[in-house]
Every structure is written in C-alpha cells, then in structure tokens.
Design a protein around this ligand. Structure first.
Ligand code: PLP
Length: 396
C-alpha cells in the first residue's frame, strides 16, 4: 500500500508493535554462534528471561513460532497413548488439542462455550475420578487469544493438589507472558509455553518452554520420538550459553533488549499498565453499548478484549473499514466466532495515547460501518485514564 503518513496501528493481539529500542538492538551484525561474543549474549538471555516467567528453573529458547513450543511441551513429557485433560476454552485450546492428538495422545476435552476459562472444580472432579492416574497432564491456555478470557492458573494448581493427583501442569502463556501476572514457580507449573511476538514485544520467531524439575525428569523417561525439540540436547550447551544448532542470533539481541525494558519498568508495573488499559477498553465497549465476549469479570483478559457485534452485522466488514480508513489492524473472530467478534489488542509496547488512538479508530469505524452503537466510548476511556486508572492502579 502507498505511504499515507503516520504509523500503522497494529492492534491485533499479537504480533504486537515492536519498539524502536528493540528494532535498533537487532540491527547488528550476525556473529559466530560458537564464539565468545555469542556466549555472553546466550548467557544473558538464558538467565535474563527467567524472571519474566517467574522462575529460577531452566527456560529453553527455540527458533520457532509458538506452535513449536506447544509441540516441544508435549513431545518432551508425554508418551504415545498417554491421556491428558484439556478444556475447550477457545480456538487455541482446540488447536493445541489437535496437535496432541497427532502424537497419539488421548485427549479428554471438556466442552466449553468460548466465554469462560477453565473450571477448576471440573479439574478436581476429573482428577478425583482418575484413581488409576491414567491422566498424565492437565493442559490449559492461560490467556485465550481467540476470546479474551483468562484461566486462573493458581486455581487449577490448587485443584490438582486437592485431588492429590500427580499429573503435570502444562500452561500456554503465548499471549499472556509479559502482559498478565504469571508465576511459573510459585504456581507450580511444570511446563510454561510462550512466544516472542506478544508481551515480549519482539517479532515472531522465538518460543519458549520453562521447565520444572518434575517435567525435566519426565523428559528423561518418556517414549515420544523427537529430535529438534529435545530438552536434553539443549540443556548441556545452554549451560555455557550455547545452542545445539544455529540460534536466531538477531532475535536474541532483541530479546536481551526486551528483557532490559521489562526489568526497567518492573514486572508489577507492566502488569498494572496492562490491567489499566484493559479496564479503560472495557469502559469504552460498555459505553458503546456493545457486549464483551468474556462472560466472567474475574476472567477478563488484560491483553486483549473481544467485542461482539450485534446480530445481523459483520465484524469483518468493520475491520475492513477500519483498516481502509484509519490504517489500523484489529484481530478477527476465529473459527466459530468468525464475523461475530473483533478483538482489540492492548498489549506489549502500549501507552495511554496508543490506547486513545486505538479506541478513536474503533469508534469512528463503528460509525462508518453503520454498526448500531452509542458514541462516547473513547470519552469513557479518557475519563478513566485521566483519573489515572483508580482501581486497576491500586491492584499493582
Ligand atoms: N497459543 C496461543 C494462546 C496463541 O495466541 C497463539 C498464536 O496466536 C498460539 C498458541 C500459536 O502460536 P504461533 O502462531 O506463534 O505458532
């Protein structure tokens, strides 16, 4: 498209806007990945990323999209024929289940309405029923990017513990890490799956497994064939800052900068910033008279908000108008939500005025596309932001 002035607003829920600081940090020569300069970088990123996961345990970094790290979590811990417990929270939970099935995993998939997170009561009941401990893992998506609904991971952990069940807990944080409060160690998660292109503010191309001791032990005994994803192959070279194959060196420069930026701001402040922008967005949506897809306030996502368009109207047409007129990309409704919702990403490198611009674009788009709504959404968000975001700020 011909240049039209100003910046494109990339307000899909990932990939997110890459800050200039990170672009500059990556704009460097690619170096010898077996040499001393790389070793320093490798050590810095392998150690530096740990606090972002809330862990002191190993974090494996793959040159791959998030789907690769999904696969890695499965092939390192499970064996063909193993049973796992999963929940239909939305499109990404459904995709992860499909991936597991291709590896011969038997997936018990608890149906859901795509408006709620995982019900910890069901986790406990299913695990209590499983007296023979056939279920080897509970696999949940922390932030369902397709719906804007989070699952309260500590409640899932507590449910597993109350049932006294030895299943591993595998959690997808691809669209929550670095945006929504998350604690791998404190919450007793065994494998945390993450990606570079959302809260970490990097381009796509890196993904991660944070690995508990229990998961590492499972990887020494499980029977799933694997090669590229093998944690054991990573562990030894990683100890010295190296990788078993050619790493994505320039993305690692970017990762070092992203971690520095998150640490400068402080993780608690990063989470509070996202909570505040999410609350401002919801106030705008309510003022427009539109409905938020997430049905449970305790499960609202601070990374994105999925908004339902009234029956008889097409969310994709609204997105098309907004892209065409205001040069902003919003997230589409996925799978069974196609055309029914649009998703506002408010994560990553984002501040009050980026949110105000985003909401202005949505509000103008609603008018241009002829979607029935009330004006005043942007105004409601501004009133909240200028008051400095009361509630959400205090929560920090
Ligand atoms: N899981 C979640 C929650 C996601 O949002 C995504 C992508 O958006 C994925 C998994 C898949 O990751 P990727 O597209 O990087 O392979």
């Amino acid at each position: 498209m011909a240049h039209r002035g100003g910046r494109h607003f990339l307000q899909i829920p990932g990939p997110t806007n890459v800050p200039d600081r990170i672009l500059r940090a990556m704009d460097r020569p690619t170096i010898d990945h077996r040499g001393p300069e790389f070793q320093k970088l490798g050590r810095e990123v392998l150690d530096g990323i740990k606090p972002v996961f809330g862990t002191t345990q190993p974090v494996v970094i793959y040159p791959a999209s998030g789907t690769g790290a999904w696969e890695a979590a499965i092939v390192n811990t499970l064996s063909p024929g193993d049973k796992v417990l999963m929940f239909e929270t939305g499109h990404f939970a459904t995709l992860w289940r499909g991936l597991a099935q291709r590896f011969g995993i038997e997936t018990e998939f608890v149906p859901g309405d795509w408006r709620h997170g995982v019900d910890a009561g069901v986790v406990e009941a299913k695990l209590r029923e499983d007296t023979g401990h056939a279920i080897k893992a509970v696999m949940v998506v922390h932030n369902e990017t397709s719906t804007g609904v989070t699952t309260r991971v500590p409640l899932v952990r507590q449910a597993i513990d109350r049932a006294g069940h030895p299943a591993l807990l595998l959690v997808d944080t691809i669209s929550s890490l670095g945006s929504i409060d998350y604690r791998h160690d404190e919450w007793g998660v065994d494998v945390t799956v993450a990606g570079s292109q959302k809260g970490l503010m990097l381009p796509p191309g890196l993904s991660f497994n944070a690995v508990s001791e229990k998961a590492m032990a499972a990887s020494r005994n499980n029977r799933m064939p694997r090669s590229y994803w093998d944690w054991q192959d990573m562990a030894k070279p990683n100890q010295n800052g190296f990788f078993p194959y050619t790493p994505a060196t320039n993305l690692l420069y970017g990762l070092r900068e992203a971690v520095a930026m998150l640490m400068e701001e402080g993780m608690a402040n990063v989470f509070a910033r996202h909570d505040r922008h999410a609350e401002a967005t919801r106030r705008a949506v309510r003022a427009w008279g539109l409905e938020i897809l997430c049905a449970e306030p305790a499960e609202y996502s601070s990374a994105l908000t999925a908004v339902m368009v009234p029956d008889g109207h097409d969310a994709d047409e609204l997105r098309r108008v907004i892209l065409d007129r205001f040069d902003m990309s919003l997230g589409a409704g996925l799978a069974k939500l196609a055309g029914k919702v649009f998703r506002i990403g408010h994560l990553g490198d984002f501040n009050d005025l980026s949110l105000a611009g985003t909401l202005a674009g949505v509000e103008m788009g609603l008018s241009v596309a002829g979607i029935p709504h009330r004006s005043g959404g942007l105004d409601a968000a501004m009133r909240f932001l200028e008051g400095n975001g009361g509630e959400a700020k205090k929560a920090a």
